[in-house]
Design a protein around this ligand. Structure first.
Ligand code: OXD
Ligand code: MN
Length: 581
């Protein structure tokens, strides 16, 4: 296989001349190709076959222990001007970055096969979808791309028809943390990633293309590329709404997207369109429509069990790739909070003993095709996407943020999104549990200056009068002894129902300086063991603490200098004034 697209042919030739692979393999995305790559990796010990009767076609991959999460400090946006990347990104000039990367890539594929992986982000016939080609020397990346994207021949045909595509060059290099960089060249629609095999650093269609490059492209073309799940909620009467929700990494997007209603909520249904990324476009009627550019899940494994996420638990019983989980005595994958049995081998492949700490890495992952999810919505394949009724922002915050509140209007909603803060998780290298600002849950993924990105968000307010309502939720409030106040998981449906009721104009609300909060009785608490004082504290707004928060946000916004849109500081000042009243 090769291609009729001259630019692609030339890029493959030039890349081969630089990296000097032994062979070049054009990937067609077929099952035979997938199977052959699996066999190759089994033969080399890069994959371990899991128990074939309980976990058919499931494999375990163990990463280099230095390569288990995204590396934000080694991730750069290489736009010509530093101001384009903004204070929210590491920046390097394109010239310097190219010199460094060319030196790293020089001869790095000797003795290896170079895989050419055409892929399409979004339904293959969608006008909103975009194609890319990843060149990688990793069979692990190639099989993951097959599960995560629409990869292979149909994508190549679209590229040949359209004539354009994003380019991503990846090599695992030596897996040396000192020779590791994830570079983005938005003006060239080019990604270069060296020295890591970890999903977010190496599956270039995901964070690098569908968020960092896409957010740059979207801001020029008038759409949004967001770190959001997409779900459908259907009432017992058959009323359907579509919701997009942005939470930072490892804060429960996958669980919310696959929520199973508790018994007390009979008749309600949730279907999943996406669990990580949404591309949002205004349609001809002024409605914001969402597609999920991905077609698979790269989810955090620990904590997944039939109680927390039955759908995810069931969908990873077959045809899945596990990365950095532990093993039990039956050669099955094992992770913390999976079941009562004990692991025998930890994620590094060493015998596990009690007291040794976690057996599975806290950022261990499953990769699986989205179609295996029992709650999969076929609308995920609809080229037109779905109209969004509500956008939800959220973070992991022990204190302050109430269970749910609604922004007054779009402009206030942009402030709510821009002010998201959350405790860091194991999805990225670095300290865990530190609260940091993570606007729109895009801190690690926004490929442009946040100031420009917020201006772009605000511009939608003048482009349509049919925009979604914007909400903020916090499932993670704790009491002083560290106990969670809200049960979370399936019970979050109760909050989604209030959100939908607000969108449909069915319920009133209590107006506060931070937005609209539920009136007593409007969140259905039937069948839930929750004390009234806990509900009160979940729905309270402490003015003094919020004043401190607004002050902190002012300090954060100041980092953006002249790039900060004045509407955003005016909106913040408005909230501050109301809090002081
Ligand atoms: C992810 C992440 O893998 O956000 O989705 O880190
Ligand atoms: Mn994510």
């Amino acid at each position: 296989m090769s291609t009729t697209n001259v630019a692609l042919r030339k890029w493959v030739q030039d890349t081969a001349a630089l990296t000097k692979p032994d062979r070049i393999q054009w990937c067609d995305g077929g099952d035979a190709e997938y199977e052959a790559l699996i066999q190759l990796m089994l033969g080399r010990g890069d994959l371990i076959r899991l128990n074939g009767s309980t976990y058919p076609n499931c494999y375990l991959h163990r990463s280099d222990p230095s390569d288990v999460a995204r590396v934000e400090h080694l991730t750069f946006v290489c736009a010509p001007e530093k101001a384009e990347a903004g204070p929210n990104n590491n920046w390097m000039s394109p010239g310097e970055a190219h010199l460094q990367m060319d030196a790293l890539f020089d001869g790095c594929m000797r003795g290896r096969t170079m895989y050419v992986i055409p892929y399409c982000m979004g339904p293959i016939d969608s006008p909103y979808a975009r194609c890319g080609v990843e060149i990688s020397d990793s069979p692990y990346v190639t099989v993951n791309m097959k599960l995560m994207t629409r990869m292979g021949a149909p994508a190549l045909r679209r590229i040949e028809r359209e004539g354009h595509f994003a380019r991503g060059l990846h090599s695992t290099g030596e897996l040396d943390p000192d020779r590791r960089f994830i570079m983005h060249f938005p003006h060239e629609m080019l990604i270069q990633s060296y020295g890591s095999g970890y999903g977010g650093n190496a599956l270039l269609g995901k964070k690098c293309h569908a968020l960092r490059l896409a957010s740059w492209q979207a801001s020029r073309e008038g759409w949004l590329a967001e770190h959001m799940l997409i779900l459908e909620i259907e009432s017992p009467e058959g009323e359907k709404h579509y919701i997009a929700a942005a939470f930072p990494s490892a804060c429960g997007k996958t669980n919310l997207a696959m929520l199973i209603p508790p018994e007390s909520q009979a008749g309600w249904k949730i279907r999943t369109l996406g669990d990580d990324i949404a591309w949002l476009h205004l349609d001809g009627d002024g409605r914001l429509r969402a597609i999920n550019p991905e077609s698979g899940y790269f989810g955090v494994v620990p904590g997944t069990n039939p109680k927390t996420n039955r759908n995810a638990f069931d969908m990873i019983q077959r045809d899945a790739i596990f990365t950095n989980v532990a093993l039990n005595a039956a050669n099955e994958p094992w992770w913390e909070d999976k079941d009562k049995f004990e692991p025998v081998i930890d994620w590094r492949g060493k015998p596990w003993q009690k007291g040794n700490g976690a057996a599975a890495h806290p950022n261990s992952r499953f990769t699986v095709s989205a179609r295996q999810n029992p709650s999969y919505s076929p609308l995920a394949d609809d080229p037109a996407g779905v109209p969004i009724s509500a956008i939800i922002f959220g973070g992991r915050r022990r204190e302050l943020a109430p269970l749910v509140y609604q922004a007054r209007d779009w402009r206030h909603g942009v402030l709510v999104g821009a002010s998201v803060a959350s405790e860091t998780t194991a999805a990225a290298i670095g300290a865990v549990g530190v609260t940091r600002r993570d606007p729109m849950a895009m801190k690690p993924f926004c490929g442009i200056n946040f100031g420009d990105y917020w201006r772009h968000w605000l511009s939608f307010g003048t482009r349509s009068s049919k925009l979604p309502q914007i909400f903020h939720v916090n499932w993670f409030r704790q009491d002083k002894d560290g106990r969670f106040l809200w049960p979370g998981f399936g019970e979050n449906l109760r909050v989604l129902r209030w959100i939908v009721d607000r969108c449909a104009g069915r319920v009133g609300a209590r107006e506060t300086p931070i937005g609209f909060l539920p009136l007593a009785g409007d969140i259905d608490l039937k069948g839930l063991q929750i004390a009234p004082e806990v509900v009160n504290s979940l729905l309270s707004v402490d003015h003094a603490s919020w004043q401190r928060e607004m002050n902190d946000i002012a300090g954060y916004f100041a980092e953006f200098g002249a790039a900060l849109p004045s509407e955003l500081s005016e909106e913040r000042q408005r909230v501050e004034r109301e809090l002081a009243r």
